[in-house]
Design a protein around this ligand. Structure first.
Ligand SMILES: Nc1nc2c(ncn2[C@@H]2O[C@H](COP(=O)(O)OP(=O)(O)OP(=O)(O)O)[C@@H](O)[C@H]2O)c(=O)[nH]1
Ligand SMILES: [Mg+2]
Length: 462
């Protein structure tokens, strides 16, 4: 077993700062002994019974002073988070108070836990696999409800199930090939190349679906970048303010008001949206504008989605058309603004001319049409990325995606080999290699350095 799990670790498990309560957590073989040394129950026997909460005091055994009034829970292995003995002490939630209790715990035989060390123990003891351990981190760091849902799905083993299914399929392919190789004298039929090829292609399709799921998941985890683009004075900053529901950007009648790039996040139906307002894309008239336009173009290239704003109360001009050319290749919504003013542009004609189907008529001044546009943003960001199975999105993070891509690469090589009648023993080695690489997702074959990196991203006490 990797890592050192034999000692007892302790940490403050709640955030630093003032809180209603704060928790000191201890895990390891000495946890109960330490607790019994420092805990004095108000009533009843001194012995701790598993999975019972006790009320009492923490006493510094050296000084004999009472440190805090607490609720203490002892949970005996193996039905615990780490599968070791765990003690959790609910203290009053002040930093110094918790720190004093932790110090006594450390003095009585525990070691200060490293970041993520409790979860690492849960992984090393086999209670959860690596993908699930990573899910714990995602749950803590989730920025939206959807991101949280995805992390929870991963903790339930969503991806692990997919990987297990894939590995089982590969083992089914392997069995007849290995039998053929192992018993050359027994007149076993040579493996059917077509069937093996078919199974590998199915596996590649599964891998592609999972890799696609990463992209969708990323949207929920890290948010979608939406750039608000258009010429000067069409109402980009007003739209930003409407979408945010507050006056973030300066709005004036003067074209060229916004020179810098403004980025603000908003939660739309559980989707974290990073809105980017920028200078109108035009020929810069001075150095400030030149820098603004340069920054804007950079942001534009990173955007997942563009809202192209056009002033509907004025004729379309070359500036609009030039900007449209610039964002041709981007996924986009067309927002026809200023519908509170007399109409000049015809929606259908414009939609046709630009070849954009998603057109929203809005007034960034009085808020008309903004709710519809918000729904449109969410839809455009999410649709066309349906990598769900049974309606559920499979949670895949960047590390998983890189592993899946490596496996896909190996499969491509094997398929190529089969076409050129590569010897079966070589194909077997390659399939075994793919199995090993897949094992990295759940942590069976993950290098120690990678584990260290993963767990070091956790906070102390988790
Ligand atoms: N009537 C009307 N006026 C609007 C609407 N949206 C914006 N405006 C006005 O248009 C002017 C320009 O608005 P901004 O939001 O600053 O436009 P912008 O695109 O950010 O302009 P720059 O930052 O200069 O590129 C302001 O006077 C706004 O009040 C609208 O829907 N209706
Ligand atoms: Mg502006």
């Amino acid at each position: 077993m990797r890592g050192d799990e034999s000692d007892t670790i302790a940490a403050i498990a709640t955030p630093y700062g003032e809180g209603g309560i704060g928790i000191v957590r201890i895990s390891g073989p000495e946890a109960k002994k330490i607790a019994e040394k420092i805990f004095r129950p108000r009533r009843g026997a001194a012995t701790l019974v598993t999975h019972h909460i006790r009320y009492g005091e923490i006493v510094d055994p050296q000084e004999g002073v009472v440190l805090d009034e607490v609720l203490l829970t002892f949970m005996a292995a193996p039905k615990t988070y780490t599968r070791q003995d765990i003690v959790e002490i609910n203290c009053h939630g002040g930093f110094w108070d918790l720190q004093r209790v932790l110090e006594v715990v450390l003095r009585e035989g525990a070691r200060a836990a490293l970041p993520g060390e409790f979860t690492k123990r849960a992984f090393l003891s086999g209670r959860i696999d690596l993908a699930q351990a990573e899910a714990v981190l995602d749950i803590i760091q989730a920025k939206t409800e959807e991101g949280l849902r995805l992390a929870e799905e991963q903790l339930r083993g969503g991806l692990s199930k997919e990987v297990t299914g894939l590995r089982e399929e590969l083992l089914t392919i392997l069995a007849p090939i290995e039998a053929y190789l192992d018993f050359p004298d027994e007149d076993i039929d040579s493996p059917p190349t077509d069937e093996v090829g078919g199974a590998l292609r199915r596996a590649v399709a599964t891998l592609e679906r999972l890799i696609g799921a990463y992209e969708e998941g990323e949207l929920y985890r890290d948010g979608v970048r939406v750039a608000i683009v258009g010429k000067a004075n069409v109402g980009k900053s007003s739209l930003l303010n409407q979408l945010l529901g507050r006056g973030r950007a300066i709005v004036t009648t003067i074209p060229g008001t916004t020179t810098d790039v403004l980025e603000e996040t908003v939660n739309l139906s559980g989707l974290l949206v990073r809105l980017i307002d920028m200078a109108g894309l035009r020929e810069p008239r001075n150095e400030v504008e030149r820098e603004g336009v340069r920054l804007a173009r950079g942001k534009l290239s990173e955007a997942h989605l563009v809202i192209f704003v056009v002033d509907r109360s004025n004729p379309l001009d070359d500036q609009d058309r030039n900007i449209f050319q610039e964002i041709r290749e981007k996924r986009k919504l067309l927002a026809l603004n200023k519908i509170d003013l007399p109409q000049c542009l015809v929606t259908e004609a414009l939609s046709k001319e630009m070849g954009v189907r998603d057109v929203y008529c809005i007034s960034a001044l009085n808020g008309d049409g903004i709710e519809g546009l918000k729904r449109g943003i969410v839809e455009a960001a999410v649709t066309g990325r349906a990598h769900r199975k049974d309606g559920e999105l499979v949670p895949v993070n960047l590390r998983h995606k890189l592993v899946l891509e490596r496996v896909k690469g190996v499969f491509a090589e094997i398929l190529e080999g089969l076409r050129h009648e590569v010897p079966w023993d070589i194909a077997v080695i390659e399939i075994r290699r793919a199995l090993d690489i897949l094992g990295e997702i759940v942590g069976e074959t993950t290098p120690e350095e990678v584990l260290d990196i993963i767990f070091s991203r956790f906070c102390i006490g988790k």
